[in-house]
Ligand binder design. Structure first.
Ligand SMILES: Cc1cc2nc3c(=O)[nH]c(=O)nc-3n(C[C@H](O)[C@H](O)[C@H](O)COP(=O)(O)OP(=O)(O)OC[C@H]3O[C@@H](n4cnc5c(N)ncnc54)[C@H](O)[C@@H]3O)c2cc1C
Length: 375
Protein backbone atom coordinates (compact mmCIF):
# COMPACT_ATOMS: atom_id res chain seq x y z
CA UNK A 1 0.00 0.00 0.00
CA UNK A 2 3.09 2.23 0.09
CA UNK A 3 2.29 5.57 -1.55
CA UNK A 4 -1.16 4.60 -2.77
CA UNK A 5 -3.53 7.34 -3.84
CA UNK A 6 -7.22 7.59 -4.45
CA UNK A 7 -10.49 9.09 -3.34
CA UNK A 8 -11.44 6.35 -0.89
CA UNK A 9 -8.21 5.41 0.84
CA UNK A 10 -7.65 5.60 4.58
CA UNK A 11 -5.04 4.99 7.23
CA UNK A 12 -6.43 4.16 10.67
CA UNK A 13 -4.03 4.48 13.60
CA UNK A 14 -4.69 1.84 16.27
CA UNK A 15 -6.23 -1.64 16.11
CA UNK A 16 -8.41 -1.26 19.20
CA UNK A 17 -12.19 -1.28 19.43
CA UNK A 18 -12.65 2.05 17.61
CA UNK A 19 -9.99 1.48 14.94
CA UNK A 20 -11.09 -2.03 14.00
CA UNK A 21 -14.77 -1.03 13.87
CA UNK A 22 -14.09 2.08 11.80
CA UNK A 23 -11.81 0.19 9.41
CA UNK A 24 -14.38 -2.58 8.90
CA UNK A 25 -17.23 -0.14 8.33
CA UNK A 26 -15.15 1.88 5.83
CA UNK A 27 -13.98 -1.25 4.01
CA UNK A 28 -17.57 -2.45 3.70
CA UNK A 29 -18.36 0.89 2.04
CA UNK A 30 -15.64 0.32 -0.52
CA UNK A 31 -12.73 2.14 1.12
CA UNK A 32 -9.22 0.74 0.89
CA UNK A 33 -8.07 0.74 4.52
CA UNK A 34 -4.77 0.10 6.25
CA UNK A 35 -4.47 -0.02 10.05
CA UNK A 36 -1.13 0.80 11.67
CA UNK A 37 -0.92 -0.62 15.18
CA UNK A 38 2.05 0.09 17.42
CA UNK A 39 1.72 -3.13 19.43
CA UNK A 40 2.50 -6.68 18.36
CA UNK A 41 -0.32 -9.06 17.33
CA UNK A 42 -2.19 -10.68 20.25
CA UNK A 43 -0.92 -8.06 22.72
CA UNK A 44 -4.29 -7.21 24.22
CA UNK A 45 -4.25 -7.33 28.03
CA UNK A 46 -6.02 -10.32 29.50
CA UNK A 47 -8.81 -8.81 31.56
CA UNK A 48 -12.42 -8.56 30.47
CA UNK A 49 -14.96 -5.87 29.88
CA UNK A 50 -18.69 -5.46 29.97
CA UNK A 51 -20.38 -4.66 26.68
CA UNK A 52 -23.53 -2.82 27.69
CA UNK A 53 -26.73 -2.60 25.62
CA UNK A 54 -25.53 0.26 23.40
CA UNK A 55 -22.28 -1.64 22.62
CA UNK A 56 -24.29 -4.72 21.71
CA UNK A 57 -26.68 -2.64 19.61
CA UNK A 58 -23.79 -1.09 17.68
CA UNK A 59 -22.05 -4.47 17.33
CA UNK A 60 -25.33 -5.94 16.12
CA UNK A 61 -25.46 -3.30 13.42
CA UNK A 62 -22.00 -4.48 12.42
CA UNK A 63 -23.25 -8.09 12.44
CA UNK A 64 -20.99 -9.03 15.37
CA UNK A 65 -23.21 -9.10 18.48
CA UNK A 66 -24.06 -12.78 18.17
CA UNK A 67 -20.39 -13.74 17.93
CA UNK A 68 -19.74 -11.79 21.16
CA UNK A 69 -22.74 -13.36 22.87
CA UNK A 70 -21.61 -16.84 21.80
CA UNK A 71 -18.16 -16.36 23.32
CA UNK A 72 -19.06 -14.19 26.32
CA UNK A 73 -21.62 -14.44 29.12
CA UNK A 74 -24.95 -12.67 28.63
CA UNK A 75 -26.32 -10.78 31.66
CA UNK A 76 -29.42 -8.68 32.44
CA UNK A 77 -28.97 -7.42 35.99
CA UNK A 78 -26.66 -5.39 38.21
CA UNK A 79 -27.07 -6.33 41.87
CA UNK A 80 -25.94 -3.71 44.39
CA UNK A 81 -24.67 -4.98 47.74
CA UNK A 82 -24.20 -2.60 50.67
CA UNK A 83 -21.24 -2.23 53.04
CA UNK A 84 -22.70 -4.88 55.35
CA UNK A 85 -22.85 -7.44 52.57
CA UNK A 86 -26.66 -7.13 52.28
CA UNK A 87 -28.38 -6.95 48.93
CA UNK A 88 -29.39 -3.29 48.44
CA UNK A 89 -31.17 -3.45 45.10
CA UNK A 90 -31.12 -4.74 41.59
CA UNK A 91 -31.13 -2.85 38.30
CA UNK A 92 -32.63 -4.74 35.39
CA UNK A 93 -31.22 -3.27 32.18
CA UNK A 94 -33.21 -2.94 28.97
CA UNK A 95 -32.61 -5.49 26.23
CA UNK A 96 -31.68 -3.19 23.36
CA UNK A 97 -31.21 -5.93 20.76
CA UNK A 98 -34.54 -7.63 21.24
CA UNK A 99 -36.30 -9.62 23.94
CA UNK A 100 -34.58 -12.87 22.98
CA UNK A 101 -31.05 -11.65 23.56
CA UNK A 102 -29.50 -10.42 26.84
CA UNK A 103 -29.04 -6.78 27.83
CA UNK A 104 -25.25 -7.00 28.17
CA UNK A 105 -22.36 -9.38 27.75
CA UNK A 106 -19.22 -9.89 29.80
CA UNK A 107 -16.38 -10.83 27.46
CA UNK A 108 -12.62 -11.31 27.67
CA UNK A 109 -10.81 -8.49 25.86
CA UNK A 110 -8.64 -10.75 23.69
CA UNK A 111 -11.83 -12.53 22.54
CA UNK A 112 -13.53 -9.26 21.58
CA UNK A 113 -10.41 -8.13 19.72
CA UNK A 114 -10.15 -11.45 17.91
CA UNK A 115 -13.77 -11.13 16.71
CA UNK A 116 -13.28 -7.52 15.56
CA UNK A 117 -9.94 -8.26 13.89
CA UNK A 118 -11.22 -11.32 12.03
CA UNK A 119 -14.09 -9.28 10.59
CA UNK A 120 -11.77 -6.41 9.58
CA UNK A 121 -9.46 -8.83 7.78
CA UNK A 122 -12.42 -10.59 6.15
CA UNK A 123 -13.47 -7.19 4.76
CA UNK A 124 -10.01 -6.66 3.27
CA UNK A 125 -8.46 -4.35 5.88
CA UNK A 126 -4.67 -4.65 6.03
CA UNK A 127 -3.33 -4.56 9.61
CA UNK A 128 0.35 -3.74 10.14
CA UNK A 129 1.87 -4.19 13.58
CA UNK A 130 4.85 -2.46 15.15
CA UNK A 131 4.35 0.78 13.22
CA UNK A 132 2.77 4.14 13.86
CA UNK A 133 2.31 7.47 12.16
CA UNK A 134 5.31 9.67 12.87
CA UNK A 135 4.30 12.84 11.00
CA UNK A 136 1.25 14.24 9.21
CA UNK A 137 1.01 16.91 6.51
CA UNK A 138 -2.15 18.08 4.83
CA UNK A 139 -2.01 21.34 2.96
CA UNK A 140 -5.16 21.33 0.88
CA UNK A 141 -4.44 18.00 -0.83
CA UNK A 142 -4.48 14.42 0.39
CA UNK A 143 -3.27 13.57 3.88
CA UNK A 144 0.43 12.69 3.79
CA UNK A 145 1.31 10.40 6.69
CA UNK A 146 4.92 9.41 7.28
CA UNK A 147 5.10 6.09 9.12
CA UNK A 148 7.68 5.17 11.75
CA UNK A 149 9.26 2.70 9.29
CA UNK A 150 10.07 5.62 6.97
CA UNK A 151 7.41 4.85 4.35
CA UNK A 152 4.84 7.40 3.22
CA UNK A 153 1.08 7.12 2.78
CA UNK A 154 -0.94 9.60 0.74
CA UNK A 155 -4.58 9.03 1.60
CA UNK A 156 -7.98 10.73 1.55
CA UNK A 157 -8.58 10.13 5.26
CA UNK A 158 -6.54 9.63 8.43
CA UNK A 159 -8.32 8.28 11.51
CA UNK A 160 -6.59 8.49 14.89
CA UNK A 161 -8.01 5.62 16.98
CA UNK A 162 -4.94 5.20 19.14
CA UNK A 163 -6.56 5.36 22.54
CA UNK A 164 -6.47 7.69 25.51
CA UNK A 165 -2.78 8.57 25.09
CA UNK A 166 -3.20 9.21 21.36
CA UNK A 167 -0.14 10.56 19.62
CA UNK A 168 -2.17 11.16 16.46
CA UNK A 169 -4.12 13.72 18.50
CA UNK A 170 -0.81 15.46 19.29
CA UNK A 171 0.40 15.28 15.68
CA UNK A 172 -2.83 16.98 14.60
CA UNK A 173 -2.43 19.65 17.28
CA UNK A 174 -5.78 18.86 18.95
CA UNK A 175 -6.06 19.97 22.56
CA UNK A 176 -7.28 17.57 25.22
CA UNK A 177 -7.52 17.23 28.96
CA UNK A 178 -6.15 13.92 30.28
CA UNK A 179 -7.04 13.76 33.94
CA UNK A 180 -6.17 11.45 36.82
CA UNK A 181 -8.81 11.33 39.56
CA UNK A 182 -7.08 9.78 42.57
CA UNK A 183 -8.38 6.30 41.82
CA UNK A 184 -6.69 3.13 40.65
CA UNK A 185 -8.78 0.34 39.12
CA UNK A 186 -8.01 -3.33 39.54
CA UNK A 187 -9.07 -6.30 37.44
CA UNK A 188 -8.37 -10.01 38.01
CA UNK A 189 -9.51 -13.10 36.17
CA UNK A 190 -11.01 -15.75 38.48
CA UNK A 191 -13.17 -18.87 38.13
CA UNK A 192 -16.88 -17.94 37.87
CA UNK A 193 -18.80 -18.76 41.07
CA UNK A 194 -22.14 -20.43 40.22
CA UNK A 195 -24.13 -17.53 41.73
CA UNK A 196 -22.46 -15.00 39.37
CA UNK A 197 -25.05 -15.02 36.59
CA UNK A 198 -25.35 -11.22 36.61
CA UNK A 199 -23.05 -8.33 37.51
CA UNK A 200 -22.53 -7.74 41.24
CA UNK A 201 -21.33 -4.47 42.67
CA UNK A 202 -20.21 -4.33 46.31
CA UNK A 203 -19.95 -1.04 48.25
CA UNK A 204 -17.03 -1.06 50.68
CA UNK A 205 -16.02 1.29 53.47
CA UNK A 206 -13.49 3.02 51.21
CA UNK A 207 -13.47 1.22 47.88
CA UNK A 208 -15.98 -0.45 45.56
CA UNK A 209 -15.66 -3.93 44.12
CA UNK A 210 -17.60 -6.20 41.81
CA UNK A 211 -17.75 -9.28 39.68
CA UNK A 212 -18.61 -9.70 35.99
CA UNK A 213 -19.09 -13.17 34.45
CA UNK A 214 -17.10 -13.71 31.24
CA UNK A 215 -17.97 -17.28 30.29
CA UNK A 216 -19.35 -20.42 31.92
CA UNK A 217 -16.03 -20.90 33.66
CA UNK A 218 -14.48 -17.46 34.09
CA UNK A 219 -15.31 -14.07 35.62
CA UNK A 220 -13.41 -10.90 36.39
CA UNK A 221 -13.19 -9.15 39.71
CA UNK A 222 -12.99 -5.38 39.65
CA UNK A 223 -12.05 -3.03 42.44
CA UNK A 224 -11.80 0.75 42.47
CA UNK A 225 -9.26 2.01 44.99
CA UNK A 226 -10.03 5.51 46.24
CA UNK A 227 -7.77 8.33 47.41
CA UNK A 228 -4.49 6.99 46.05
CA UNK A 229 -1.49 8.41 44.25
CA UNK A 230 -0.80 7.27 40.73
CA UNK A 231 1.85 4.58 41.06
CA UNK A 232 3.10 1.30 39.63
CA UNK A 233 3.40 -1.85 41.76
CA UNK A 234 5.73 -4.72 40.87
CA UNK A 235 3.84 -7.66 39.34
CA UNK A 236 4.59 -9.85 42.35
CA UNK A 237 2.74 -7.39 44.62
CA UNK A 238 -0.44 -7.22 42.56
CA UNK A 239 -2.37 -10.31 43.74
CA UNK A 240 -1.40 -9.91 47.45
CA UNK A 241 -2.34 -6.22 47.43
CA UNK A 242 -5.67 -6.86 45.74
CA UNK A 243 -6.40 -9.50 48.37
CA UNK A 244 -5.63 -6.97 51.11
CA UNK A 245 -8.03 -4.47 49.56
CA UNK A 246 -10.78 -7.09 49.27
CA UNK A 247 -10.27 -8.10 52.92
CA UNK A 248 -12.37 -5.16 54.11
CA UNK A 249 -15.51 -6.37 52.30
CA UNK A 250 -17.95 -8.79 53.96
CA UNK A 251 -20.17 -11.47 52.41
CA UNK A 252 -19.56 -12.92 48.98
CA UNK A 253 -16.41 -10.85 48.42
CA UNK A 254 -14.67 -13.20 50.88
CA UNK A 255 -15.26 -16.04 48.45
CA UNK A 256 -13.93 -13.95 45.56
CA UNK A 257 -10.91 -12.90 47.59
CA UNK A 258 -9.77 -16.45 48.07
CA UNK A 259 -9.74 -16.92 44.29
CA UNK A 260 -7.49 -13.92 43.63
CA UNK A 261 -4.40 -15.59 45.08
CA UNK A 262 -4.44 -18.07 42.19
CA UNK A 263 -5.07 -15.44 39.49
CA UNK A 264 -2.16 -14.93 37.11
CA UNK A 265 -3.90 -12.02 35.53
CA UNK A 266 -4.17 -9.11 37.93
CA UNK A 267 -3.92 -5.62 36.45
CA UNK A 268 -3.93 -2.20 38.12
CA UNK A 269 -4.48 0.99 36.13
CA UNK A 270 -5.05 4.67 36.97
CA UNK A 271 -8.57 5.97 36.36
CA UNK A 272 -8.00 8.48 33.59
CA UNK A 273 -10.50 10.44 31.60
CA UNK A 274 -9.91 12.43 28.43
CA UNK A 275 -12.00 14.88 26.49
CA UNK A 276 -11.00 16.97 23.53
CA UNK A 277 -11.19 20.61 24.52
CA UNK A 278 -12.13 21.79 21.02
CA UNK A 279 -11.93 20.37 17.51
CA UNK A 280 -11.83 16.61 16.88
CA UNK A 281 -10.32 17.02 13.44
CA UNK A 282 -7.85 18.90 11.31
CA UNK A 283 -8.31 18.87 7.56
CA UNK A 284 -9.23 15.35 6.51
CA UNK A 285 -7.89 13.77 9.70
CA UNK A 286 -10.07 12.98 12.71
CA UNK A 287 -9.68 11.27 16.09
CA UNK A 288 -12.25 8.83 17.45
CA UNK A 289 -12.80 6.52 20.45
CA UNK A 290 -10.79 7.12 23.62
CA UNK A 291 -8.49 9.43 21.67
CA UNK A 292 -11.41 11.89 21.53
CA UNK A 293 -13.42 11.03 24.65
CA UNK A 294 -12.51 8.53 27.34
CA UNK A 295 -14.98 8.16 30.20
CA UNK A 296 -14.00 6.58 33.53
CA UNK A 297 -14.51 2.79 33.46
CA UNK A 298 -17.29 3.01 36.10
CA UNK A 299 -19.89 3.77 33.39
CA UNK A 300 -18.79 0.86 31.17
CA UNK A 301 -19.49 3.07 28.17
CA UNK A 302 -16.14 3.63 26.46
CA UNK A 303 -16.38 0.61 24.20
CA UNK A 304 -19.94 1.55 23.17
CA UNK A 305 -18.79 5.04 22.18
CA UNK A 306 -15.83 3.55 20.31
CA UNK A 307 -17.98 1.13 18.26
CA UNK A 308 -20.59 3.83 17.59
CA UNK A 309 -17.86 6.23 16.44
CA UNK A 310 -16.50 3.69 13.98
CA UNK A 311 -19.88 2.98 12.43
CA UNK A 312 -21.08 6.57 12.34
CA UNK A 313 -17.86 7.93 10.86
CA UNK A 314 -18.21 5.55 7.92
CA UNK A 315 -21.91 6.36 7.58
CA UNK A 316 -21.42 10.14 7.52
CA UNK A 317 -18.53 9.85 5.06
CA UNK A 318 -20.82 7.82 2.83
CA UNK A 319 -23.52 10.49 2.98
CA UNK A 320 -21.34 13.47 2.09
CA UNK A 321 -19.59 14.47 -1.10
CA UNK A 322 -16.30 15.41 0.56
CA UNK A 323 -14.31 13.85 3.39
CA UNK A 324 -14.28 17.19 5.24
CA UNK A 325 -18.08 17.47 5.14
CA UNK A 326 -18.45 13.86 6.32
CA UNK A 327 -16.08 14.46 9.23
CA UNK A 328 -17.93 17.65 10.22
CA UNK A 329 -21.28 15.84 10.20
CA UNK A 330 -19.79 12.99 12.24
CA UNK A 331 -18.34 15.29 14.89
CA UNK A 332 -21.58 17.32 15.04
CA UNK A 333 -23.48 14.12 15.76
CA UNK A 334 -21.14 12.82 18.44
CA UNK A 335 -20.00 15.76 20.56
CA UNK A 336 -22.89 16.11 23.02
CA UNK A 337 -23.35 12.40 23.75
CA UNK A 338 -19.64 11.79 24.31
CA UNK A 339 -19.11 14.92 26.40
CA UNK A 340 -22.10 14.12 28.65
CA UNK A 341 -20.86 10.59 29.27
CA UNK A 342 -17.31 11.67 30.11
CA UNK A 343 -18.47 14.53 32.37
CA UNK A 344 -21.00 12.32 34.19
CA UNK A 345 -18.35 9.66 34.70
CA UNK A 346 -16.12 12.29 36.33
CA UNK A 347 -19.00 13.28 38.65
CA UNK A 348 -19.43 9.59 39.60
CA UNK A 349 -15.74 9.35 40.44
CA UNK A 350 -16.11 12.42 42.70
CA UNK A 351 -19.06 10.86 44.58
CA UNK A 352 -17.15 7.61 45.02
CA UNK A 353 -14.19 9.51 46.42
CA UNK A 354 -16.54 11.19 48.90
CA UNK A 355 -17.94 7.76 49.92
CA UNK A 356 -21.37 8.78 48.56
CA UNK A 357 -21.83 5.53 46.62
CA UNK A 358 -25.61 5.51 46.75
CA UNK A 359 -25.69 8.97 45.17
CA UNK A 360 -23.42 7.67 42.42
CA UNK A 361 -25.75 4.80 41.43
CA UNK A 362 -28.49 7.07 39.98
CA UNK A 363 -25.82 8.81 37.88
CA UNK A 364 -24.62 5.45 36.57
CA UNK A 365 -28.25 4.71 35.79
CA UNK A 366 -28.60 8.06 33.97
CA UNK A 367 -25.57 7.12 31.84
CA UNK A 368 -27.24 3.83 30.89
CA UNK A 369 -30.41 5.74 29.95
CA UNK A 370 -28.47 8.33 27.91
CA UNK A 371 -26.59 5.59 26.10
CA UNK A 372 -29.80 3.63 25.45
CA UNK A 373 -30.98 6.53 23.26
CA UNK A 374 -30.08 6.08 19.60
CA UNK A 375 -26.54 7.24 18.81
C1 LIG B 1 -9.74 -0.79 33.47
C2 LIG B 1 -10.70 -0.43 32.41
C3 LIG B 1 -11.93 -1.09 32.32
C4 LIG B 1 -12.84 -0.77 31.32
N1 LIG B 1 -14.02 -1.45 31.28
C5 LIG B 1 -14.92 -1.15 30.31
C6 LIG B 1 -16.14 -1.85 30.22
O1 LIG B 1 -16.43 -2.76 31.02
N2 LIG B 1 -17.00 -1.53 29.22
C7 LIG B 1 -16.72 -0.53 28.32
O2 LIG B 1 -17.54 -0.24 27.44
N3 LIG B 1 -15.57 0.16 28.39
C8 LIG B 1 -14.66 -0.13 29.34
N4 LIG B 1 -13.48 0.54 29.40
C9 LIG B 1 -13.20 1.57 28.37
C10 LIG B 1 -12.80 0.89 27.06
O3 LIG B 1 -11.80 -0.06 27.29
C11 LIG B 1 -12.31 1.93 26.07
O4 LIG B 1 -13.23 3.00 26.04
C12 LIG B 1 -12.16 1.35 24.68
O5 LIG B 1 -11.22 0.30 24.70
C13 LIG B 1 -11.71 2.45 23.72
O6 LIG B 1 -11.37 1.88 22.49
P1 LIG B 1 -10.29 2.61 21.57
O7 LIG B 1 -10.19 1.74 20.36
O8 LIG B 1 -10.63 4.03 21.41
O9 LIG B 1 -8.95 2.57 22.38
P2 LIG B 1 -8.08 1.31 22.80
O10 LIG B 1 -8.95 0.14 23.05
O11 LIG B 1 -7.17 1.79 23.87
O12 LIG B 1 -7.22 0.95 21.50
C14 LIG B 1 -6.19 1.81 21.04
C15 LIG B 1 -5.27 0.99 20.15
O13 LIG B 1 -4.30 1.87 19.58
C16 LIG B 1 -3.01 1.32 19.76
N5 LIG B 1 -2.06 2.43 19.82
C17 LIG B 1 -1.78 3.23 20.88
N6 LIG B 1 -0.89 4.18 20.53
C18 LIG B 1 -0.62 3.98 19.22
C19 LIG B 1 0.19 4.63 18.29
N7 LIG B 1 0.91 5.73 18.61
N8 LIG B 1 0.24 4.15 17.02
C20 LIG B 1 -0.48 3.06 16.64
N9 LIG B 1 -1.28 2.40 17.49
C21 LIG B 1 -1.37 2.86 18.77
C22 LIG B 1 -3.09 0.51 21.03
O14 LIG B 1 -2.06 -0.46 21.09
C23 LIG B 1 -4.50 -0.09 20.89
O15 LIG B 1 -4.48 -1.27 20.14
C24 LIG B 1 -12.56 0.25 30.40
C25 LIG B 1 -11.33 0.93 30.47
C26 LIG B 1 -10.41 0.60 31.47
C27 LIG B 1 -9.11 1.33 31.54
Amino acid sequence: MNGYRGARTAVVVGAGVAGLTAATALARDGWQVEIVEIGPPEATSGWGLCLTGPSLRALDEAGLADACLAEGFGVDTITHVDVNGERAGEIRLPRLIGARRPAMVGIARPVLHRILRAEAERCGVEIRHGVTVAAVEQEGGPVRARLSDGTLREVALLVGADGIRSTTRDLLGLRTSLDFHGQMVWRALVPRPSWATGIHQFAGKTDTAGLVPLSDTRAYVFLTENGVERSVLPDTRLAPRLQELLETFPGRVREIRSMVSGSESVVRRPVLTALLAGAWSRGDSVVIGDAAHAPAPQVAGGAALAVEDGLLLARELGRHASVGAGIRAFVGRRTRRCRTLVETSVAIVGLEQAQRHFEAYPLVDSCHRLMAEPA
